[in-house]
Design a protein around this ligand. Structure first.
Ligand SMILES: Cc1cc2nc3c(=O)[nH]c(=O)nc-3n(C[C@H](O)[C@H](O)[C@H](O)COP(=O)(O)OP(=O)(O)OC[C@H]3O[C@@H](n4cnc5c(N)ncnc54)[C@H](O)[C@@H]3O)c2cc1C
Ligand SMILES: *[C@@H]1O[C@H](CO)[C@@H](O)[C@H](O)[C@H]1NC(C)=O
Ligand SMILES: *[C@@H]1O[C@H](CO)[C@@H](O)[C@H](O)[C@H]1NC(C)=O
Ligand SMILES: *[C@@H]1O[C@H](CO)[C@@H](O)[C@H](O)[C@H]1NC(C)=O
Ligand SMILES: *[C@@H]1O[C@H](CO)[C@@H](O)[C@H](O)[C@H]1NC(C)=O
Length: 548
């Protein structure tokens, strides 16, 4: 406990290694951070603190026995997208973890990749996509109410007034309405954001979440002009940090033949569910002799202090089953717990800008039906826009995933597996949420009304995921800049990563873990949020120049 460790200055490029490092949180970001650190700094002593009894955070794949076999129910995330550049970091991790053979891939020409639906106003509408013929595209746009007015909205967009120079940010809903009118935002885009954020497009930040459209509008005073130019090989924007990362990744050819195929897929998961990623990381950490994992241990306070040797992070934590509080000292801490929780345990600095990121609650209902062919259509599933009339969606569902189409071959029992997601921002001001029985009835009622399913499910699991998806509201980037400046008072010893800051997808979390570890090891960044300071940097490039 009281061994003597040399201090290091994280801002100098010294070769001395940090000795004692804590990771707060054992979700995917914390697990990946601990894994990368244990490899990059084999001599450091790394301790991971997780308040709950299990690792993985939101990753939770449950194997449910249905008598004739078992099926996998995803209660949290269900798939990964191999998009550049963050998806490539995930693929590298998958390879390093030896998980290649466990991959379950959905190719781009699968039914799931080609058929994605939006329910509007009272039926499923297939969205135009890579598999659509020109005729389908045209007839869709002309006949479906959801596309009413899109052509004239797109044409008149080029004539809209330029963005006021002092407008620092606005909601996605307001941004798109300003350019295209509200129909596109309400009928199509709100559905897409129900799928990713379970969020309200009139609260989510356009600047943080649609950065390239935001940049294109500014450059050309028109989104359509900019996109058209891109379509004909013109310049497109990319975050400078992403551009640098892509160049680095390209200079190190690392993919196997199998991963080259996965790289071109639509989405992928693992045979035992997405949770295999967390399980394998946990196993690797158990094997490594420089990582100590402490589950059931809640971190209660963190501050910068000093001892005889120099500056340290002083921290306390409490075992959940035990009243005793233990004090710790670390050279470095990487916090991957939600930003508002970090703000509440760091009393010496004002992190109110992190407390202001709220999170939505989602009810996930997994259902398995014995009949293999009860779905009226096949595909990835469907999303519900905010503009669906209330009587079509009194349950306030966000979307339905057709799991047995989206991850073919995950279960060896024949049948149909679907997941209904309820709530999200619709439930923001609820004091109490539906209980499991109510959730099950709501999901069944919805499937009956929308898809005509009246068969009793063979298995059903309802999980209420409280505050599970952080919402990057208007002003997110400015708040992250403020937080970064305030975190600097920890002098490079406290850094953050995770879904509160730089993206909510699993790929974003893994990328954040990689970046924060690289910065810690190389003494480059100091807070994990430095990319926000002075505004995000953008570069313009031609797609063919980068070969992505
Ligand atoms: C229903 C749902 C579906 C999703 N679907 C997808 C998808 O299909 N694809 C995709 O890419 N992403 C998806 N996501 C997003 C993705 O799952 C999350 O963004 C990601 O898992 C977040 O990981 P994290 O490690 O940053 O945070 P978390 O998973 O929240 O981990 C933080 C950990 O910190 C612990 N902790 C908190 N406070 C303390 C404390 N004081 N002391 C110690 N430990 C503490 C918590 O217990 C938790 O385990 C989905 C999310 C949800 C909720
Ligand atoms: C139909 O539209 C989709 C998406 O907009 C596009 O990818 C596809 O190529 C189009 N089909 C044809 C034949 O133009
Ligand atoms: C968009 O803006 C760039 C930079 O000002 C300019 O070079 C380009 O020609 C513009 N494109 C269109 C279609 O206006
Ligand atoms: C904390 O910071 C926020 C914004 O960064 C500021 O508005 C607030 O006044 C500060 N609170 C205190 C107590 O200083
Ligand atoms: C640190 O920087 C060096 C030189 O720039 C680089 O080779 C190395 O990969 C970096 N370390 C990590 C962990 O990225």
């Amino acid at each position: 406990m009281h061994r003597h460790y040399a201090t290091v200055s994280s801002t100098s490029k010294s070769n001395a290694e940090p000795q004692r490092i804590a990771i707060l949180g054992g979700g995917i970001t914390g697990l990946a951070s601990a894994y990368f650190l244990s490899k990059d700094l084999p001599k450091a002593k790394i301790t991971l603190f997780e308040a709950s009894p299990r690792l993985g955070g939101w990753l939770h794949s449950r194997s449910v026995d249905i008598g004739s076999g078992s099926v996998i129910f995803e209660q949290g995330p269900r798939n990964l997208r191999p998009t550049m550049p963050n998806g490539l970091i995930t693929l590298n991790l998958v390879r390093d973890l030896g998980l290649e053979d466990r991959i379950l891939m959905t190719s781009k020409n699968s039914v799931a990749a080609q058929n994605r639906f939006i329910y509007y106003p009272d039926h499923l509408v297939r969205m135009p996509g890579p598999g659509s013929s020109l005729l389908q595209n045209i007839s869709n746009v002309l006949s479906e109410p959801i596309f009413k007015g899109t052509i004239s909205a797109a044409l008149s967009e080029v004539t809209k007034a330029r963005r006021p120079g002092d407008l620092q940010d606005e909601s996605i809903g307001s941004f798109l309405t300003r350019r295209f009118g509200s129909a596109l935002a309400d009928n199509v885009v709100s559905a897409v954001f129900h799928g990713i954020y379970a969020g309200d497009i009139y609260k989510l930040s356009a600047r943080a979440i649609m950065p390239s459209l935001w940049a294109i509008e500014w450059r050309n005073n028109s989104i359509m002009k900019g996109l058209l130019e891109q379509a004909f090989g013109g310049m497109q924007p990319i975050a400078t940090a992403d551009l640098n990362l892509i160049k680095t990744l390209q200079s190190q050819p690392i993919m196997s033949d199998k991963l080259e195929v996965v790289k071109k897929s639509s989405v992928f998961t693992f045979k035992g569910g997405i949770g295999e990623l967390a399980d394998r990381l946990e196993a690797k950490l158990d094997e490594s002799d420089n990582v100590l994992v402490m589950e059931n241990t809640h971190v209660g306070q963190i501050k910068l202090g000093s001892n005889a040797v120099g500056e340290k992070i002083q921290m306390n934590a409490k075992e959940v089953s035990n009243r005793e509080i233990t004090n710790y000292e670390f050279d470095h801490v990487v916090s991957t717990i939600p930003g508002d929780k970090l703000a509440s345990i760091a009393p010496t600095i004002n992190l109110s800008s992190l407390s202001r990121t709220s999170a939505v609650t989602v009810m996930v209902v997994n259902l398995f039906f014995s009949s293999p062919d009860i779905l009226p259509v096949h595909g990835f599933g469907y999303l519900l826009p905010r503009s669906v009339p209330f009587e079509q969606n009194p349950e306030r569902a966000l979307g339905v995933v057709f799991d047995s189409d989206a991850s073919i071959g995950q279960d060896d029992v024949p049948g149909t597996k679907v997941t209904v997601m309820l709530g999200g921002h619709w439930w923001d001001d609820f004091d109490a949420y539906p209980d499991e029985d109510e959730g099950a009835s709501m999901a069944k009622a919805l499937l009956n009304r929308h898809l005509g399913i009246n068969e009793e499910p063979r298995a059903i699991r309802v999980s209420l995921q409280r505050n599970c998806i952080p919402q990057y509201g208007v002003g997110h980037e400015a708040r992250m800049e403020d937080a970064s400046l305030r975190l600097e008072s920890f002098k490079g010893r406290l850094r953050v990563a995770g879904n509160s800051y730089t993206g909510v997808g699993l790929n974003d979390c893994i990328r954040a873990a990689r970046d924060v570890v690289k910065d810690l090891v190389n003494g480059t960044g100091t807070t994990g949020l430095e990319s926000f300071v002075g505004g995000k940097k953008w570069s313009w490039f031609k797609r063919e120049e980068l070969k992505i």
